[in-house]
Design a protein around this ligand. Structure first.
Ligand code: CMC
Length: 436
């Protein structure tokens, strides 16, 4: 059998080193012994954007980007989306196994128990500007929960951590719904504990004067499926933020707010909002070829296309397309779907996209469904943040339990000045204060 080692010759010194290989990986710290002299710091790796660096060991989510495979705790996403509820999947992601009937019942009851917001959280949200972006409201309010639950700072107590996890999963839809209603100038709707997770979210979003909100079961199930699809995605940008901020032992509210901040970016969860803007800009099917031509000439990207890991069809996009059909039977077809399908058809036949392995990702179709359901594009990333909270919290727990982990603190290659002589005010040349 071949040896699981790597032999390196340093051509600066002619010295040879043998490093162990474990699961196709060498440890960056093993390179530190490679030095030109005893004073030398030792060899580092340079990997901006973590293109080829594993930052942790994880047993939560498996992705094979070349084959378009996504599994949570070993279960294919297609099976979970078809067979489970979102809270069932949340249990699986957080605790490693699917719950039995009793465990699920208790879990659902506990999460439902925590859906209520403290009145001061509600008042806090009422003071956002009338046109504040819902995602900015969500990020700020999740951070503000830290002021309501100061005991969350004790992250070393597992029971305390679990309580905050339940609170976060329970309150996320309430905060999301409140941000939505605030942006419309509608009053806050309190949770209804008779309803399931998605139905209750719909109740808090859309209940008006009726005494009891009755959710459309097809739309509620579609929302639940979308939540399942978005629940975790291993070491994506926001999960990495969750682990990084969490490694400093900040409390879970501030840590989750930081992760949600990362999610809001247009290259990450914010892409779903951008897809709708792009489809609006394209306007009709006939304009698709010209838009693709512009993209290929370097004027912007096709939002909702491409992925760092998937170099094949994103399996979540396939399920979303199916879910869209079910939703449109209730809401009527979103006319944007035709533009999206045409965009996908032409892009998938085009050499530029084929060569770069650019396929539709999860954000390409989700916005079209959300819009058909009645959400404004500004809400789309908020809808992503609700289920992803489960993934962030599972990644956070795993990181805290991992004895290999310490405070995340990358190295740098310093490219600035050597030590300089200090110049008094009168001797300094003008320097333009530009952002670029
Ligand atoms: N449209 C046109 N060209 C693209 C696109 C796109 N959407 N995405 C990548 N490319 C090109 C890119 O210009 C580059 O070309 P070249 O080799 O000629 O320089 C090549 O493909 C490789 O792209 P990259 O930017 O090096 O890839 P990355 O892994 O750094 O970025 C990505 C991944 C998702 C940020 C990127 O594909 C992108 O910006 N997509 C649009 C935004 C989007 O849909 N984001 C959602 C991602 S999935 C859900 C989530 O993470 O939340």
């Amino acid at each position: 059998m071949a040896q699981e080692t790597l032999t390196i010759t340093d051509n600066r010194t002619q010295q040879t080193y043998t490093l162990p290989i474990d699961k196709g990986t060498v440890r960056a710290m093993d390179l530190r012994q490679i030095k030109t002299s005893p004073e030398d710091f030792g060899l580092m790796t340079y990997d901006p954007a973590f293109m080829n660096t594993a930052s942790c060991r994880s047993n939560i989510t498996f992705i094979d980007g070349d084959r378009g495979i996504l599994r949570y705790r070993g279960y294919p996403i297609e099976v979970l989306a078809e067979q489970c509820t979102f809270l069932e999947v949340a249990y699986l992601i957080l605790f490693g196994d699917l719950p039995n009937e009793v465990e699920l019942k208790t879990w659902v009851k506990e999460i439902t128990h925590h859906t209520m917001l403290h009145e001061s959280t509600k008042k806090f949200m009422e003071h956002f500007r009338y046109d504040a972006h819902p995602m900015a409201m969500l990020v700020s309010t999740v951070a503000a929960l830290s002021t309501i639950y100061p005991e969350a700072r004790d992250i070393h107590d597992p029971d305390n951590r679990l309580l905050q996890i339940k609170r976060l999963i329970g309150k996320m839809p309430s905060i999301a719904a409140m941000s939505y209603r605030h942006s419309l100038g509608f009053p806050y709707v309190y949770p209804d504990n008779d309803l399931n997770y998605s139905e209750n979210f719909m109740n808090m979003l859309w209940k008006m004067v009726e005494p009891k909100y009755v959710a459309n079961s097809v739309l509620a199930r579609a929302l639940d499926i979308l939540f399942i699809l978005h629940a975790d995605h291993e070491q994506n940008c926001s999960a990495n933020v969750m682990r990084s901020v969490g490694s400093a032992q900040a409390d879970p509210y501030l840590t989750t707010a930081a992760a949600a901040g990362a999610l809001s970016g247009p290259l990450h969860g914010g892409a779903n909002e951008e897809v709708l803007k792009m489809l609006d800009e394209i306007g009709s099917k006939e304009n698709v070829p010209a838009y693709i031509k512009r993209t290929k000439e370097g004027h912007g990207k096709l939002m909702g296309f491409g992925h760092r890991i998937y170099k094949n069809y994103d399996p979540r996009a396939t399920i979303i397309k199916w879910t869209a059909e079910q939703v449109f039977k209730v809401t009527g077809r979103n006319p944007k779907l035709d533009i999206a399908l045409e965009l996908e058809r032409i892009a998938l036949e085009d050499d530029y996209f084929i060569k770069r392995k650019l396929y539709p990702n999860v954000d390409f179709y989700s916005g079209i469904i959300y819009q058909a359901m009645g959400f404004k594009p500004e809400m789309f990333t908020v809808l992503f943040a609700i289920p992803r909270t489960v993934g962030w919290l599972a990644q956070w727990q795993e990181m805290l339990a991992d004895t290999d982990q310490k405070i995340a603190r990358p190295r740098q290659i310093y490219t600035g000045h050597e030590v300089r002589e200090f110049l008094p005010m009168g001797k300094r040349a003008p320097v333009a204060a530009t952002a670029g």
